[in-house]
Design a protein around this ligand. Structure first.
Ligand SMILES: [Zn+2]
Length: 274
């Protein structure tokens, strides 16, 4: 039980670094340098930088000015910690034999999940898939399923896997192209390319199907909730100009694609039999 706890703690530390990446990527700020409060600029002391614990200890508030701290911080830290524990169980759950192949696969998956967390949270914040992380994700997916098996001489390599990336990319590309980017962003097509190489054809499509179902369920309930709220407002005569959610509202799809990846990784789902 000691290893998973240590790995979780290590994951939360990496997660607090990912928070910095998410906030500073494409903002002109460098990744180095002390973090400070966004409201009062007070540099954070080590006590305020302990993953998960500082957030709850400080009761969601900056010590300097009392302004609220975003839930993004503990959420990303906890998610990274959990991802690392999941990877640990997947590769070393039965025994702790550290073969070169298993260690390198686990490490590459750890980096991939870090990238996916950055992409998902960045997409939620800015409604755009960040290029750097997604290109790195595509590259590592290619490396993990195509170059790794060749290098380690395992027989798991199937040449058809090379086609899985483009096969998953294509439907997204068509949706993006036909709709001029209104139905689907080009960034989502890039994620699909990476998913295809990461999981291969059958499980890659499984991740996409899961993403579509969960995304649709989420979108429909968001619209329903918005309708109920606006009804209530009109009934009470409080017709405040609210942000209306319709089918055309931009709910970023990236997080759902990444949720699909998590589900396939954890439960080994496979809906297809190609
Ligand atoms: Zn402050």
């Amino acid at each position: 039980m000691l290893y998973p706890i240590l790995i979780f703690i290590f994951g939360t530390i990496i997660g607090s670094f990912l928070n910095v990446v998410i906030l500073r990527y494409n903002s002109g700020m460098s990744l180095g340098g002390r973090s400070g409060c966004f409201s009062c600029g007070k540099p954070l002391t080590w006590k305020e930088l302990i993953p998960l614990l500082s957030f709850f200890y400080q009761r969601r508030k900056c010590v300097g000015c009392g302004s609220a701290i975003s839930w993004q911080y503990p959420a990303v830290e906890a998610l990274t910690g959990l991802s690392f524990v999941l990877i640990f169980y997947k590769y070393f759950g039965n025994d702790l034999i550290l073969s070169a192949e298993r260690v390198s696969s686990a490490l590459i998956y750890a980096v991939i999940f870090c990238l996916l967390i950055v992409i998902a949270v960045y997409d939620m914040r800015h409604k755009i898939i960040p290029n750097g992380p997604v290109y790195l994700f595509i590259t590592l997916s290619f490396v993990s399923t195509i170059l790794f098996p060749l290098f380690f001489n395992t027989f798991s390599f199937q040449p058809i896997t090379i086609l899985a990336g483009p096969a998953l990319f294509l439907p997204f590309f068509i949706l993006w192209f036909m709709s001029d980017g209104t139905w689907m962003g080009f960034g989502d097509a890039k994620i699909a390319l990476g998913i295809g190489w990461l999981f291969g054809l059958a499980q890659g499509f499984t991740a996409l199907v899961l993403a579509f179902y969960i995304g649709a369920a989420f979108g429909l309930s968001a619209i329903a909730a918005e309708k109920v709220i606006s009804k209530l407002r009109t009934v009470r005569g409080l017709n405040i100009n609210s942000k209306r959610l319709t089918m055309k509202s931009e709910i970023p799809f990236g997080p759902f694609l990444i949720l699909g990846v998590y589900l396939v990784f954890i439960f080994n789902f496979n809906f297809f039999n190609f």
